[in-house]
Design a protein around this ligand. Structure first.
Ligand SMILES: C[S@@+](CC[C@H](N)C(=O)[O-])C[C@H]1O[C@@H](n2cnc3c(N)ncnc32)[C@H](O)[C@@H]1O
Length: 338
């Protein structure tokens, strides 16, 4: 089978990694920006308020979050009470049944225990969205890197990675690439060295196209993820941009421990359609007040406070430092389509 289908099955099939409880978070398989504390959510809340004000404070303000996982960002944004809270309707799009159920239960029982009707909903796929109200913001943190990729390289002709079975073990097989995909490979990979594998991110492109179609005039898609250009990825080697993770450690090869580890590919941002604005996550967060919040938390540590309050302030500063670290989360890319 083609590698992207193999990856989809290994992650989201009945025995896939995400069917069997693979999750983000400190106790989970990987830590994402939304799991470092509430400060990522605080910056997102500021962004939502700015967009809500710019749209003249509509009574209903719809936000769609792709790859919402267990609902941490959604619940944290409501917890920090942005000005748009009462208008906010948040739709979580999450492919994994286990996580979608966990997310909606968490919102129903922890965030809105007394609400007659929840202002949040969860759907499996962005294509299933049937909305009366047009969408103001589509957001996603670390979704694109989890969408299946096609893997190609230039040999005598363009070739694509397939996964075969040899004596009960999965093996890599390179077959000829179809002509439509060859044209895209030529477009983005013309400078790539012969035999150096790189991703064709058709699934991510489709996701962005669907997301942009949902927007009302003036709306935005904002996606946070790690990645670089197609050429830069190709220079890192296959293991450099296509990685596996399990319990916060690098996992085995992509064809091993199938369904037992996360498979993630750095995003080739130059392949995304529509010319998004690209900036570092550090810059995006800085423009939304994160350094001011760090200074406030740091000032609390220096005062004579109870041990518990000091520890909370220290943990907040550490969370912010992790978010803006240029060699870590701060070096991720925020891509915005306006
Ligand atoms: C790396 S996790 C990130 C979770 C969360 N956004 C965070 O930052 O902690 C990626 C999530 O995207 C989900 N996902 C993958 N493909 C999806 C798709 N096509 N539509 C919706 N969710 C998807 C996965 O199940 C997983 O929960």
């Amino acid at each position: 089978m083609r590698f992207d289908r193999f990856q989809a099955d290994a992650l989201y099939g009945p025995d896939g990694f995400y069917a069997d409880g693979g999750v983000a978070g400190r106790g989970g398989d990987f830590v994402t920006a939304v799991e470092t504390g509430r400060d990522f959510a605080e910056s997102v809340a500021l962004e939502l308020d700015a967009a809500w004000n710019a749209a003249e404070e509509p009574a209903v303000f719809v936000v769609v979050e792709g790859g919402a996982g267990v609902g941490t960002l959604c619940s944290d944004v409501y917890a920090v009470r942005p000005a748009c809270s009462d208008a906010l309707r948040w739709v979580m799009v999450e492919r994994s049944d286990v996580q979608r159920e966990a997310a909606i239960n968490r919102l129903a029982h922890e965030t809105f225990p007394d609400a007659g009707q929840l202002p949040v909903a969860a759907v499996r796929d962005i294509g299933e969205m049937q909305l009366g109200e047009p969408v103001s913001i589509v957001l996603a943190n670390e979704l694109l890197d989890n969408l299946p990729v096609r893997v190609v390289r230039k040999g005598e002709a363009w070739e694509e990675l397939f996964v075969g079975l040899d004596d009960g073990s999965a093996t890599a097989v390179w077959n000829e690439l179809d002509s439509t995909a060859s044209r895209r490979a030529e477009r983005y990979g013309s400078l790539v060295a012969p035999s150096a594998p790189f991703p064709l991110i058709d699934h991510a492109v489709q996701w962005v196209v669907k997301a942009r179609r949902l927007l009302r005039p003036g709306g935005r898609v904002i996606l946070f993820d790690y990645g670089a250009t197609t050429l830069e990825l190709s220079q890192r080697g296959l293991d450099g941009w296509l990685r596996t993770y399990s319990k916060q450690q690098r996992g085995l090869g992509v064809l091993e421990n199938i369904g037992g580890q996360d498979i993630t590919a750095d995003v080739a941002f130059d392949q995304l359609p529509g010319g998004p604005r690209l900036e570092s996550q550090q810059d995006w967060l800085t423009a939304r007040g994160i350094l001011e919040r760090r200074a406030k938390a740091a000032a609390l540590i220096d005062r004579n406070m109870s041990e518990a309050s000091s520890l909370a302030a220290i943990s907040r500063v550490q969370g912010i430092d992790a978010l803006i670290e240029p060699d870590g989360l701060g070096g991720f890319v925020a891509a915005t389509w306006s």
